[in-house]
Write a protein that binds this ligand. Structure first.
Ligand code: ZN
Length: 463
């Protein structure tokens, strides 16, 4: 692969140019700003590299789909998105959010880390591999959606209508970072989510609070309901909530042991003295990665403005997210929550469902996992930190595990990339190494698939 790596090094200015061009095109899904233009640029670039490209319409923004080397049987897909978060607060940016300036070795732009950098890295890897080797050793599919930052609203619809296009033997997921220690992190899964709103209603109007002597206050009622959900020791009390939480294997624990988590700098960063329940070391990591959560995200009722206003509110609302782990199922959790509220005398509290996302996990032993880890050692000089799951959520299950497709993340973000925040950035050096890493994965993945098939054949002939 040395020849490909050198080609990438020689052509880096061209690749940086592609990234700057795409970053200079705002594409804010939440504001429907520049979406059409950005989708068009991605389609154009796919075609320019010799792939097929089309914009597949959905009920929302289109998915840009591209394919290379479709004569090969083994398929590797790349999932990315062309939409970005809004750039506010703009006054905190040290260089304009859509200028893509390079300052002190960093490219600064909205979307450069999340997710245009990773998209261009993958396109550049295809370009370099083809230029040096003539043809790709594997079929490549690009799935580039335009609604990731607003919750991938129509991704399931797209998957249902385009099963053949989504099908692959492995998928490289959209994000990826180096940690504070400078080592690449490879992430093998994401938590799921059940996001709900609880609404408790009282009288049909706000009232003078003297009426509180004889009329029930929905704010208190909602607090009493919330009080039944979780105990101060962090145990979620919904009956059946933990029933499907998969137990940890020996391998899971080993990986967790090796996983670096910088407790000190994390606490410092957030101005805290300790973590929840004073957790440290392995139990802290286990809770972060493998335990579900129940989080009050916001509570709204009555008057909280300046000064005082005595009032008996007519309504109280709370938004709650449950981060789920394999094999919890969001719709089932929603049903269990409803039953829990009913059983505790709160059947009057309305429950509104929002996001329902399944958790997803890929085995740490498989052709894709081996390809990502081996090639990282080669390109970065040391193996990646394996993160068996991200503590965050994404639509991985819809696109991958739900269809039997393993997926692993590998990308060019860093510990201070500021995703969703002012001065989003990536390092130019990470960008170049990232292209080399993806090119190496393209080369290695079909070999690992072949090795796996041969091993299975051998086993088959023995029995
Ligand atoms: Zn994002």
């Amino acid at each position: 692969m040395k020849d490909v790596y050198e080609y990438i090094e020689r052509n880096k200015d061209r690749y940086i140019g592609w990234l700057q061009d795409l970053c200079r095109q705002p594409s804010v899904a939440a504001q429907n700003r520049g979406m059409k233009e950005a989708a068009g640029m991605v389609e154009q670039l796919l075609r320019q590299l010799g792939g097929t490209a089309e914009q597949i319409p959905t009920s929302g923004f289109p998915v840009v789909y591209g394919e290379f080397q479709n004569d090969k049987e083994t398929a590797l897909s790349f999932y990315n998105h062309y939409d970005v978060q809004p750039e506010d607060p703009i006054e905190l940016w040290t260089s304009p959010p859509f200028a893509a300036e390079i300052v002190n070795g960093r490219i600064i732009a909205r979307g450069v880390a999340d997710n245009k950098g990773n998209l261009i890295v993958r396109l550049a890897a295809v370009d370099a591999y083809k230029a040096v080797k003539g043809e790709l050793p594997v079929k490549i599919k690009f799935l580039v959606e335009g609604e990731e930052e607003i919750g991938s609203l129509h991704l399931r619809e797209f998957v249902d209508q385009n099963r053949d296009k989504v099908q692959a033997d492995g998928c490289i997921w959209e994000f990826g970072y180096k940690g504070a220690d400078g080592r690449l992190q490879a992430c093998f899964g994401v938590k799921g989510m059940c996001f709900v709103e609880l609404v408790c209603r009282g009288a049909n109007t706000d009232m003078h609070s003297s009426n509180a002597a004889i009329i029930e206050n929905p704010a208190w009622r909602l607090i009493w309901a919330l009080n039944t959900l979780k105990t101060p020791d962090e145990r979620i009390r919904i009956k059946g909530f933990y029933d499907k939480v998969a137990p940890l294997s020996v391998a899971d624990r080993e990986v967790l042991n090796e996983m670096d988590y910088d407790e000190e700098s994390t606490l410092k960063k957030f101005g805290l003295d300790s973590f929840l329940l004073n957790l440290k070391g392995l139990p802290l990591k286990e809770k972060l990665i493998y335990q579900p959560t129940c989080t009050i995200c916001g509570f709204q009722t009555g008057y909280t403005g300046e000064g005082k206003k005595t009032v008996l509110p007519s309504e109280a609302r709370v938004k709650i997210d449950f981060r789920l782990v394999p094999d919890q199922e969001p719709h089932e959790i929603y049903r269990l929550l409803r039953e829990h509220l009913d059983d505790h005398g709160f059947s009057d509290i309305e429950l509104i469902p929002y996001t329902m996302t399944n958790p997803a996990r890929t085995s740490l032993e498989g052709p894709l996992a081996r390809a990502v880890v081996k090639t990282a050692k080669e390109v970065y000089g040391c193996g990646p930190i394996i993160k068996p799951m991200s503590a965050a959520t994404g639509p991985m299950y819809i696109l991958c595990q739900g269809l039997g497709i393993p997926s692993v993340s590998a990308g060019v973000g860093n510990f201070t990339s500021n995703n969703h925040a002012p001065n989003e950035n990536i390092l130019v050096t990470d960008f170049i190494q990232g292209i080399q890493h993806i090119a190496a994965i393209i080369d290695q993945f079909p070999r690992e698939m072949m090795a796996e098939a041969n091993a299975e054949n051998r086993e088959g002939s023995l029995t």
